[in-house]
Design a protein around this ligand. Structure first.
Ligand SMILES: [Zn+2]
Length: 566
């Protein structure tokens, strides 16, 4: 009897496709099964990553290395059968910087080859330079969010040290105590942690931001700082970002004009000889390049600082060679498509940033995300799956410098967050899915406050319950390229991934290499994303949207903080 009804049901699927179609947002399990097979048994994700990391990594924005890797990625996407694959210029934001040689050694009171990394866009040392080291403590060593206070700190520092830095190598940060930690470096979310994430954050009564008397949190807690920053209106954030950049350029110019030989930094994330390195200063050719700037291990930094505190002379020898363009260079995003059919003018986008910092090979940040979205479109094409809407992949550059590539792309193609003027394409983009949180497998998704997407993701992700995908969180998540879409009212989502050793070991460090990639996790992520994109491309309706954000108000003059006008 049971088989009789199943037979009738199957027959109905064939005879009455409409009946079959309306699964709501539940995936077609036959298609999911084919996608999983292709993702798990014919995976090319790790092959892609060997190229992006060992062979072409790192991929610093604007660097010739980025360009070589991008040219390879274009060929790979064309090889997978994508169309209209091209490098799309988004601006001319800065100089190219390509490291050729870097060394730093302590010569006195004892010889020690320092474990160090130069910061990106450091100027060259003009040969081998040896100099005495001095400790020029800068500010409190704590993060200062308040631009006015940061400016006061800089002015005070410049007044105190003017004329005393010529021909010196300087230390700027304080000695940092190294806390013995037995915290596991590699972790996966527990179901407890995931269920907490699935809970909506406790509503906090939105305290209107008093822009005439803005108070900044006095804390080093990065989460509190991110939350405070997120609570600020976008135009205030933008104003402060510009102010911070201007202050960084002023500080860099001061050290250069004072004749500083090099700067030695430590980093509060550093532990166990790990090096975290980003930019030394501005990269725009209109600004002065920073003097050679190095980050050393906390242990070696503390030794030098203690010696100086005890008035023991310290001599260091540095050398930094890099190919640096004199002028600003063009920057690009990598774009390609799987053309749709019935609704080919409507678009689903997936992406992640292709650029990385320069001390590792950009494996988990964000070679992993880039390779997974490349793999997802490979799977869709290899299975020749029907796609009503066009699927467009974008591999951004400039993300590490401030989501620059994705912001420029959204402004060019969809709309301007400042004016909220939108293009025709704005109505045609159904949604954007981003991957940029390390090598961990997907455990769920952040709804970015878009409640209407909950049942949609519930349906789509249900086919991966047994692969650990269980969590749909209403929360926002920040710091990466989906924000560029969200800022103009387009559905933009980032997935929840297992943390692994991303935050503890690889994120922006010299250990961001192929060896810290987890193949099984990345295969799972490719299968999940291929399925989500397939479902979104064939969904009868476009994806539900949040209320459109408002245009930025015309701000007359600086925001006044509790420490005075900015
Ligand atoms: Zn990233």
């Amino acid at each position: 009897m049971r088989y009789f009804f199943l037979g009738i049901f199957a027959l109905a699927q064939v005879c009455f496709p409409v009946f079959a179609q309306d699964r709501g947002d539940r995936s077609d399990l036959a298609v999911v099964s084919r996608i999983k097979t292709e993702a798990f048994e014919n995976s090319q994700v790790m092959d892609t990553l060997e190229y992006l990391t060992d062979q072409y990594g790192p991929r610093l924005t604007l660097s010739p290395e980025w360009r070589e890797a991008a040219d390879w990625a274009v060929k790979r996407l064309q090889g997978y059968g994508l169309e209209n694959v091209h490098l799309e210029k988004w601006g001319t934001p800065g100089r190219s910087w390509s490291l050729k040689k870097a060394s730093i050694e302590m010569l006195e009171p004892r010889y020690s080859a320092l474990v160090a990394a130069p910061l990106a866009w450091s100027d060259v040392s003009h040969g081998i330079r040896t100099a005495d080291v001095i400790l020029a403590r800068y500010g409190s060593g704590r993060r200062v969010l308040d631009p006015k206070k940061a400016e006061d700190d800089l002015d005070k520092f410049m007044a105190e040290w003017k004329g005393k830095l010529k021909g010196k190598i300087i230390l700027l940060s304080p000695v940092r105590h190294i806390d013995p930690s037995n915290k596991a470096l590699f972790q996966r979310y527990t179901s407890q942690e995931l269920s907490e994430m699935a809970e909506a954050p406790a509503p906090i009564s939105k305290v209107p931001v008093d822009l005439k008397n803005l108070k900044f949190p006095e804390t080093d807690d990065i989460q509190q700082l991110i939350q405070f920053n997120a609570s600020l209106p976008p135009w205030v954030r933008e104003q402060f970002r510009k102010k911070r950049e201007a202050l960084a350029a002023k500080r860099v110019k001061f050290f250069k004009e004072e004749g500083v030989v090099a700067i030695i930094n430590s980093d509060q994330r550093a532990h166990d000889s790990l090096l975290f390195a980003e930019a030394a200063g501005p990269y725009d050719a209109k600004d002065t390049l920073a003097v050679p700037t190095f980050v050393v291990t906390q242990e070696q930094y503390n030794r030098i600082a203690r010696l100086i505190d005890r008035k023991v002379p310290v001599k260091v020898r540095v050398e930094l060679e890099a190919e640096i363009s004199k002028d600003n260079q063009d920057a690009y995003n990598i774009v390609g498509e799987l053309p749709g059919a019935a609704k080919k003018d409507e678009v689903i986008m997936i992406g992640g940033h292709f650029d990385s910092w320069h001390t590792g090979t950009g494996a988990t940040d964000n070679g992993a995300g880039s390779a997974v979205v490349v793999e997802a479109v490979r799977i869709l094409k290899a299975l020749n799956l029907k796609l009503d809407r066009t699927v467009r992949i974008a591999l951004w550059s400039g993300e590490e410098e401030g989501l620059l590539g994705s912001k420029a792309y959204v402004k060019e193609h969809f709309g301007d967050p400042e004016t909220m003027e939108r293009t025709e394409q704005h109505a045609k983009l159904s949604g954007y899915f981003n991957l940029d949180n390390g090598s961990g497998k997907i455990r769920g998704v952040y709804l970015q406050g878009n409640d209407a997407m909950r049942p949609v993701f519930d349906g789509w992700l249900s086919a991966f319950r047994d692969e650990g995908v269980s969590t749909v969180s209403i929360r926002n998540t920040g710091g990466t390229d989906h924000l560029s879409f969200d800022a103009v009212g387009l559905p933009g989502f980032q997935f929840i991934q297992d943390p692994l050793d991303y935050g503890t070991l690889t994120h922006h460090s010299d250990m961001d290499t192929y060896d810290h990639l987890q193949a099984a996790d990345l295969m799972q992520a490719a299968a999940v994303i291929a399925t989500v994109v397939y479902d979104a491309a064939n969904r009868p309706e476009m994806l539900p949207r949040k209320e459109l954000p408002k245009a930025w108000p015309k701000v007359d003059g600086p925001v006044v903080t509790s420490s005075g006008a900015n």
